[in-house]
Design a protein around this ligand. Structure first.
Ligand SMILES: Nc1ncnc2c1ncn2[C@@H]1O[C@H](COP(=O)(O)OP(=O)(O)OP(=O)(O)O)[C@@H](O)[C@H]1O
Length: 330
């Protein structure tokens, strides 16, 4: 879908992209990097809107330097910043964008209605956009990127400004763009963790350089421990502590973890991490839970989180992860 070769972009005071070579296959790909890493610059070059200083890039087999217009016919773009005219309605705006992409009026109206419904805008689509919430504006920006039925969409920070619920809804919507319509997606974020449920592949850049490009499953491989969560009972008001004691006396190694299954050395969260010593470990846990009369909420192989890969001290990933901030790591 996208291939760059030693792509550089230098501004007078800063190198925004530094010899970036990366191949991006069809599917949903996350482009992750701290603020200023070069994500928006890369998107503008891929759309043929900004020339590279050096190197080359292709989108859908088209050269960005020579075939920008053809790329923009086939690719949808959702810009990062608020760019919607406040006085027009979502319907008027998206019809206009569809017409600009070359659709006849009737087709533009039909596609607009379908696309706005798909992104979850209904009656409010007839109201001026100046009164929309951030979430509604992000949906309109997504709709205008999809309305001409592109093969690929480039989404620049689509979750910016959204609360956690709005963020999850937007990420689910992005996933559906691919599963429902077969459109490939390149989505940027400065939050490492948020893309792991949405993307098949993650490309991480830092200071304009490629840090890592891997399948999401490579980042989130199984860890060799089980995450176990149980309910409390009258007999065992702290069911987790009771189970921990029982598993330790059965010879298993148990660590406390925080609620989302991540290891938290100092914490005594509701999730226990049990080292898997073999298939028998599952039986020991099951028998211990049953023996104590607790309810088993979950018992599942624990997987790495993307952010953890970047927290391992001494790795280049760790050094760059310092810029990501703690909200993302949680
Ligand atoms: N037109 C420009 N002139 C000068 N410097 C620029 C220009 N555009 C971007 N830069 C610089 O290039 C670097 C990369 O910017 P870019 O916008 O691509 O980053 P980003 O990863 O998208 O981050 P953000 O999400 O904060 O925009 C930054 O240091 C930025 O200040």
């Amino acid at each position: 879908m996208i291939a760059t070769e030693s792509l550089s972009k230098r501004f007078p005071r800063v190198t925004a992209l530094d010899r970036l070579s990366v191949d991006i296959a069809p599917g949903v790909t996350g482009l992750v990097g701290a603020n200023g890493a070069g994500k928006s610059t890369l998107i503008k070059i891929l759309l043929g809107l900004s020339p590279a200083t050096e190197g080359r890039a292709e989108v859908l087999g088209l050269d960005v330097a020579a075939e920008g217009a053809a790329i923009r016919e086939r690719v949808g773009y959702m810009p990062e910043h608020d760019c919607l005219p406040p006085d027009v309605s979502a319907t008027e705006f998206v019809v206009h964008m569809a017409r600009m992409s070359g659709l006849p009026l009737t087709a533009a109206r039909e596609r607009t209605a379908d696309t706005l419904r798909h992104v979850g805008l209904y009656e409010e689509r007839y109201r001026p956009m100046g009164g929309y919430s951030t979430g509604m504006k992000q949906r309109v920006k997504l709709a205008q990127a999809l309305v001409h039925d592109p093969r690929l969409v480039l989404l620049d920070e689509p979750t910016n400004g959204l609360d956690p619920v709005g963020r999850d809804e937007m990420l689910a919507l992005i996933r559906r763009v691919h599963t429902d319509f077969g459109i490939s997606v390149l989505v940027t974020s400065h939050l490492l963790g948020e893309l792991e449920r949405t993307c098949d592949h993650v490309v991480v850049i830092d200071g304009g350089k490629l840090l890592r490009s891997s399948a999401t499953s490579d980042f989130t491989r199984a860890t060799g421990s089980l995450a176990v969560e149980v309910t409390d009972t009258d007999a065992h008001p702290d069911g987790t502590a009771a189970l921990r004691a029982a598993l330790s006396s059965a010879g298993l190694t148990v660590q406390p973890a925080s609620g989302d299954g991540r290891f938290a050395p100092g914490g005594a969260g509701p999730v226990l991490l049990v080292d898997v010593a073999g298939d028998g470990t599952y039986d020991v846990v099951r028998d211990a839970v049953a023996g104590l009369g607790l309810g088993l909420v979950r018992m599942e192989p624990r997987r790495h989180r993307i952010a953890e890969v970047f927290r391992a001290p001494g790795t280049p990933e760790h050094n760059s992860a310092q810029k990501w901030g703690s909200s993302d790591a949680d």
